[in-house]
Design a protein around this ligand. Structure first.
Ligand SMILES: Nc1nc2c(c(CN[C@H]3C=C[C@H](O)[C@@H]3O)cn2[C@@H]2O[C@H](COP(=O)(O)O)[C@@H](O)[C@H]2O)c(=O)[nH]1
Length: 306
């Protein structure tokens, strides 16, 4: 994920609205004494898992739709994970590639037992169709074939996913420079690694290469911890729940500074405490902390990427 690291570092060095506070960062690392509090994947008990290929199909579809829950205050990621789990439990063929290509908005709602239109529902449908079509065309309809062809490399998996599925190409242009974030592609690799406990379809020799997943929860946690500081203009937009346009400098800075800050945390933990930690572990700790604090204000951007 070299392109994610280098392009986000470039944003940090040109950032205006968001600053990575090195003393805040050091304090956060010292508070945990370099040991990332362990959080179990699926601590919520909401995901489908059968230790086989259907779990891979489930996680791929889940991460294809893993974005933008906030416009509906009652909707969260849990509804998606649980809704898809129940749908599979009722009908094992519900995520077959041919069926993915045919869902309509109302059918997806029915599948998730969601009583009203989902945020960005037309985009969710478009992405489901894209996943079904491309899986069928190049991977025999199965996400598991995507994973098997990656030689136990998470980096290769992210590259393959982003090459074949345009909806996963999470990048922006910032001050003329292309910035890569790849949140949903990386979270798919991480979900596999965590769910299968680094074995079978989750065995990746380079899981340490994955960066944090720049969503809207983790930046809010880093701000709360004093790791990120915002300009007063940006702080007032976020605190007033005003929308930030996708691709704006503010949005790219929020996401890029988040990736960079967590990479710096990793480095500092190594230097001060001699421990090698993964961004995936830091992510789960920070994210789970964030969703347990609903009072944390997060930025609001309509986006298919997170
Ligand atoms: N950085 C990061 N962001 C993550 C996740 C996850 C779920 N990961 C699962 C994997 C194992 C665990 O047991 C988790 O269940 C979702 N999100 C993002 O959060 C936002 C949803 O927030 P709210 O509207 O409050 O539900 C939205 O942008 C969504 O894309 C993560 O792990 N890391």
């Amino acid at each position: 994920m070299e392109e994610v690291r280098s392009s986000t570092a470039w944003v940090v060095s040109h950032s205006f609205h968001v600053v990575v506070d090195s003393s805040g960062l050091e304090k956060a690392v010292d508070t945990i004494e370099g040991s990332v509090p362990k959080v179990e994947w699926d601590f919520e008990g909401i995901h489908y898992f059968d230790n086989g290929p259907l779990t891979v199909q489930y996680l791929f579809v889940l991460d294809a739709l893993n974005f933008c829950f906030w416009p509906d205050k009652d909707l969260s990621y849990d509804n998606l994970a649980l809704g898809l789990r129940e749908a599979i439990q009722n009908d094992k063929s519900v995520l077959d590639a041919d069926r993915l290509q045919k869902y309509t908005g109302p059918q997806l709602r029915e599948l998730l037992k969601w009583p009203r239109p989902l945020p960005l529902e037309d985009e969710r449908i478009r992405l489901l169709h894209e996943v079904g079509k491309e899986l069928e065309k190049n991977f025999g309809g199965k996400a598991v074939n995507l994973v098997s062809s990656c030689g136990k490399s998470a980096v290769a998996l992210v590259a393959l996913v982003t090459r074949h599925f345009p909806g996963f190409r999470d990048h922006s242009v910032y001050k003329g420079h292309q910035v890569f974030l790849y949140k949903r592609a990386q979270i798919f690799a991480s979900d596999l690694w965590s769910a299968f406990k680094g074995q079978s379809y989750g065995e990746f020799n380079d899981i340490g290469a994955i960066t944090i997943f720049a969503d809207y929860i983790v930046p809010a946690v880093l701000r709360y911890l004093g790791v990120l500081r915002y300009s007063s203009a940006l702080a007032s937009i976020i605190d007033a729940n005003r929308e930030i346009v996708s691709g704006s400098e503010e949005e790219v800075e929020l996401r890029a500074c988040t990736v960079y800050a967590v990479e710096k945390m990793r480095e500092l933990i190594k230097i001060k405490y001699g421990k090698q930690v993964l961004s995936v572990e830091l992510d789960l700790w920070l994210w789970s902390f964030g969703i347990k604090c609903p009072s944390l204000q997060h930025h609001r951007t309509l986006s298919i990427y997170y």
